[in-house]
Write a protein that binds this ligand. Structure first.
Ligand SMILES: Nc1ncnc2c1ncn2[C@@H]1O[C@H](COP(=O)(O)OP(=O)(O)OP(=O)(O)O)[C@@H](O)[C@H]1O
Length: 249
């Protein structure tokens, strides 16, 4: 599948008001995210990773700088997955997905096909008629991903989507996500604290500094996808990211 949706960040700056002043968070972030790339963003707690992702999603306006998505933001389907599932508890799983499709103007006639396909991707076909409160945390997060996938994202933005899951569930879901990405090759941007996760997924890892935040380093990761989480090669990627973060290995 051919997609052409690189993202260019140019000189992004962002401060937040504080009592009696302001906190300069992003201090000029420029970055070219390549078409179909899997890019992870890591850095110290509070350095502005979520702020940056929200600026890419156009949910927060930067004070200065631009985000350019090719060919244009309105022509690109952006899926977003956060740490906690944000589902409508009073709608079934299928209705939650259909709600997202309706919001994008997808014809009703296509909803059934699209929701089925997305639920099958995340292995939740059997749960289409359940309500979110009757699902486990891991299942709800899979619905969250299905909702992002059902719109056929050109760009997928993820903010620590696996961090609230137990390791076994997280591992299974990561595998599923990397397989889907490997098939579809959308442009993926992942914010994570988990260095092993960044090593597992990424073509490139951006290491942010403390505030006021700049890009401290980028780590290019060679090697085929999907990777084995515990292989010697993946562990070596992990060591290189830790080194870039200044963590002794
Ligand atoms: N709406 C807001 N108003 C004021 N300050 C904010 C707001 N949102 C974030 N901040 C502050 O901006 C800084 C960056 O926050 P952000 O959540 O982007 O960082 P992060 O790197 O994602 O953090 P973490 O790794 O801990 O999740 C923090 O000091 C935070 O307190």
């Amino acid at each position: 599948m051919t997609r052409r949706h690189p993202i260019r960040l140019d000189g992004i700056e962002k401060s937040y008001p504080t009592e009696g002043g302001s906190l300069r968070v992003l201090d000029g972030i420029s970055l070219d995210i390549r078409d179909g790339e899997f890019l992870s963003i890591v850095g110290p707690s509070g350095c502005g990773k979520s702020t940056l992702l929200n600026i890419i999603a156009d949910w927060i306006a930067p004070d200065a700088g631009t985000v350019e998505i090719t060919p244009s933001r309105s022509d690109v389907q952006i899926g977003v997955v956060f740490q906690e599932p944000t589902l409508l508890d009073w709608r079934t799983v299928r209705q939650n997905l259909a709600f997202a499709l309706r919001g994008l103007g997808v014809p009703e006639a296509a909803h059934d096909r699209e929701t089925r396909a997305a639920l099958e991707l995340v292995g939740l076909s059997e749960s289409a008629n359940q309500y979110p409160p009757t699902l486990s945390g891991g299942m709800r997060q899979r619905v969250n991903f299905a909702r992002a996938f059902c719109v056929g994202p050109d760009v997928l933005l993820m903010d620590e989507p696996f961090s609230s899951l137990d390791e076994l569930t997280a591992r299974a879901l990561r595998e599923r996500v990397v397989d889907i990405w490997d098939d579809e090759r959308f442009t993926a941007v992942l914010v994570t604290h988990d260095i092993a996760e960044a090593a597992y997924f990424s073509d490139r890892v951006v290491v942010l500094s403390d505030t006021p935040t700049v890009i401290e380093k980028t780590v290019d990761i060679e090697g085929d996808q999907p990777r084995e989480p515990q292989s010697e090669e993946t562990l070596e990627h992990e060591r290189r990211i830790l080194e870039a973060l200044g963590v002794p290995t």
